[in-house]
Design a protein around this ligand. Structure first.
Ligand code: ATP
Ligand code: MG
Length: 657
């Protein structure tokens, strides 16, 4: 993949930020990288001893004997819930606010670390009383709530393995996951509030269980959220508040091996059928803590807000585990960014004095679109001076969206951590460090210390900076995926393929490193690479070019077989001003074609331009280009669409101009 256009803007971290940062300046970053390079196991062993509580210390850092099934700190005994809660109380943080919960309707409630301990212990005791044991799988199907976090932490406390399913999934998707993990219990809520509406949860669980093969499920525990009328099945369904009522507020944790599975989580399904990613306890928790300290530079006075849902890896690592493990105060938000209006995020930052804000490009792009016609909900209309650091995750952030975020939300004062990582990696892999790394819009910059990221060709050989290729990680790291649940062969095939030699971790993304700085830029999924007249191009560059056009809110680029050029470029565009039709649509299509031709080069000129009110996205907000590829070809969609958020949009996008 050749880069046709270079991003030249550079933003240095503010001097005051550098002075107070955990990793202060590039020399400090380089020193950590050098330490890892010199003695890899020594580096990770030191960090694991310094950061985690070990009931019994480990004697071996890394076991590679069954690679790629790596084991970290295996003979050490620990517990994630103990590390996240009890240990903070021992450090004197019992009265510190752990969670500020803002409900959909704006109601606010808070819990301290001491309160949280009591609630997690009560729940853990209730689970034990109902026969749950270490190693049992528990499905959690809830919306954003303190209770959801309590449920996850309670599982961790007794060694049960949770598998959280995002509350927007259908009965069919939920059923697949219940069966695949072999769940013995489901924790859910009667209903959920989102955007001013109440939506079902428990009735979807009932439907999922009725689809068969769920005989192992002996308990359905229901959190009463809305008070809506739902039927309870005697002998199976119980109310959460009833089973915890008489339980003690203390509970001895189950001390587990560092390799004990903490959870199984299914990927977003952007590129295919979701995979049940299995994570460990010790290595996973270590990395969530370190990245809270390094990437987010977390300080005792911070108010941290990650807007992800607990149904995704970002919600696991940067809501349920990381922020608690480092003893910080965080916001947990039940609602959606557009209710009661698209100023909700900014209003909440102002109200709760949020200092670190972490969200996704899809949210940023939709709020740019919304505020382009409504000054009242523009971030400039709020006091966002409490912010000191911003973050982005989930997809590549287009340089123009980065600039908007930097200027309008961060007041040109806050560094942006563009964090590249995956469900499989457990935590951040490549990201600027806010007190060290000079930032370039659209680039996730450099790997975190200890992460041996590289770019290789299709045979697994290193490529020089400046030529694009396949993103890999050369050495195992503590928070990496341990296996795909129930499918070790798919684990090896997906992540350690023979073609690359069998020892490189394959991320599945394409990337390029800058010739001078060595900075990484993600060019798109490797499945999505375009080949036009022999020129290999990532989807990202053309999409970012389109987003830089003042008319465009969002764009997705795919290839379609073409007799002349091998592949022709098709673009699907969402305009800020709504979907054009007829002559107007044709006029704008020509304008955009010329724009890409001028900005990148004639080779990148799209052949086909289509307009939609939206793009097909996963329920976590990611563009599903694999479906657009089918549409561009004019074929019927037969692929897995279980994670598709908005099926109706497919019909609209089938219409060519
Ligand atoms: P599936 O693996 O089922 O196709 P998915 O890859 O979307 O789904 P996730 O694990 O949620 O599932 O997402 C990880 C992917 O998200 C990365 O591989 C990358 O493509 C993209 N991504 C995440 N953060 C960034 C970022 N900061 N920059 C660029 N891409 C990112
Ligand atoms: Mg993936």
């Amino acid at each position: 993949m050749e880069s046709l256009k270079q991003e030249n803007r550079v933003f240095n971290p503010p001097v005051e930020f550098v002075q107070g940062a955990a990793i202060s300046g590039m020399d400090a970053y380089d020193a950590l990288c050098a330490e890892a390079e010199k003695d890899y196991e020594g580096f990770w062993g030191r960090l694991a001893r310094e950061n985690l509580y070990w009931k019994k210390p480990f004697t071996k850092v890394l076991d590679e004997s069954k690679a790629p099934f790596y084991k970290w700190f295996e003979d050490g005994l620990t517990n994630a819930s103990y590390n996240c809660i009890d240990r903070n109380i021992e450090k004197g943080l019992g009265d510190k606010t752990a969670i500020i919960f803002e409900a959909d309707d704006g109601t606010v409630s808070t819990v301290t670390y001491q309160d949280l301990l009591g609630r997690v212990c009560k729940m853990a005791n209730a689970l034990r009383k109902r026969g749950l044991q270490s190693g049992d799988r528990v499905i959690i199907y809830m919306s954003m709530s303190i209770e959801g976090i309590v449920a996850m932490q309670a599982c961790a406390r007794i060694g049960a393995i949770h598998s959280v399913v995002f509350g927007g999934f259908s009965a069919k998707s939920l059923h697949e996951r219940i069966v695949d993990v072999g769940a013995v219990a489901v924790i859910t809520a009667d209903e959920q509030f989102r955007g001013g509406k109440s939506l079902p949860l428990k009735t979807i669980v009932d439907e999922a269980l009725s689809l068969g093969g769920c005989e192992k499920v002996k308990n359905v525990i229901v959190y009463q959220r809305t008070g809506g009328k739902i039927p309870l099945t005697a002998g199976l369904d119980v109310w959460m508040h009833e089973i915890v009522a008489n339980e003690a507020i203390t509970c001895e944790p189950e001390w587990v091996s560092a390799e004990h599975p903490l959870f199984i989580l299914y990927t977003s399904g952007s590129t295919g059928k979701p995979k049940g990613v299995q994570h460990s306890t010790g290595g996973y928790l270590l990395w969530t803590m370190l990245t809270m300290k390094w990437t987010f530079d977390i300080k005792p006075s911070d108010v941290f807000w990650c807007t992800a849902d607990i149904g995704w890896i970002t919600g696991h690592s940067y809501i349920t585990y990381g922020p608690l493990a480092v003893g910080c105060t965080q916001i947990v938000f039940e609602g959606v960014p557009t209710y009661p209006n698209a100023g909700r995020f900014w209003e909440m930052i102002q109200k709760h004095q949020v200092s670190i804000f972490y969200t996704a490009p899809t949210a940023i792009r939709s709020l740019i679109k919304a505020s382009s016609n409504d000054a009242a909900i523009h971030p400039r209309s709020y006091d966002l001076s409490s912010l000191r650091l911003l973050g982005s995750v989930g997809e590549p952030i287009n340089p123009e969206a980065w600039m908007w975020y930097y200027e309008n939300v961060g007041g040109s004062r806050c560094p942006i951590a563009d964090t590249f990582w995956q469900t499989e990696t457990g935590g951040h892999m490549i990201s600027p460090l806010p007190g060290a790394t000079p930032m370039v819009p659209g680039s996730c910059t450099l790997p975190l210390p200890g992460i041996m990221a590289a770019i290789v060709d299709e045979a697994g050989h290193d490529v020089p900076n400046g030529s694009g290729g396949i993103l890999v990680v050369k050495r195992p790291w503590p928070s990496m995926i341990r296996t795909i649940w129930n499918d070790p062969d798919r684990f090896i095939k997906s992540y350690f393929p023979e073609e690359l030699g069998g020892t490189l971790y394959l991320a599945g993304d394409g990337a390029i490193r800058n010739i001078e700085t060595g900075y990484f830029t993600i060019t798109g999924r490797i499945d999505d690479v375009l080949n036009v007249s022999g020129h290999r191009m990532g989807t990202m560059e053309i999409e970012s070019c389109l987003v830089a056009n003042p008319l465009v809110a969002e764009a997705a680029v795919v290839g379609r077989p073409d007799e002349l050029t091998g592949e022709a470029i098709c673009v699907f565009v969402v305009l800020k001003g709504g979907r054009p039709t007829g002559e107007e649509a044709k006029k704008i299509a020509t304008e955009l074609r010329n724009w890409v031709g001028k900005e990148i080069g004639p080779i990148a000129k799209p052949k086909d331009v289509r307009f939609g009110d939206n793009l097909p996205k996963t329920r976590s907000g990611k563009i599903m280009r694999r479906l657009l590829r089918v549409i561009a070809k004019g074929e019927e969609i037969t692929q897995d669409t279980s994670t598709l958020e908005n099926p109706a949009i497919l019909e609209q996008l089938k219409e060519a101009l």
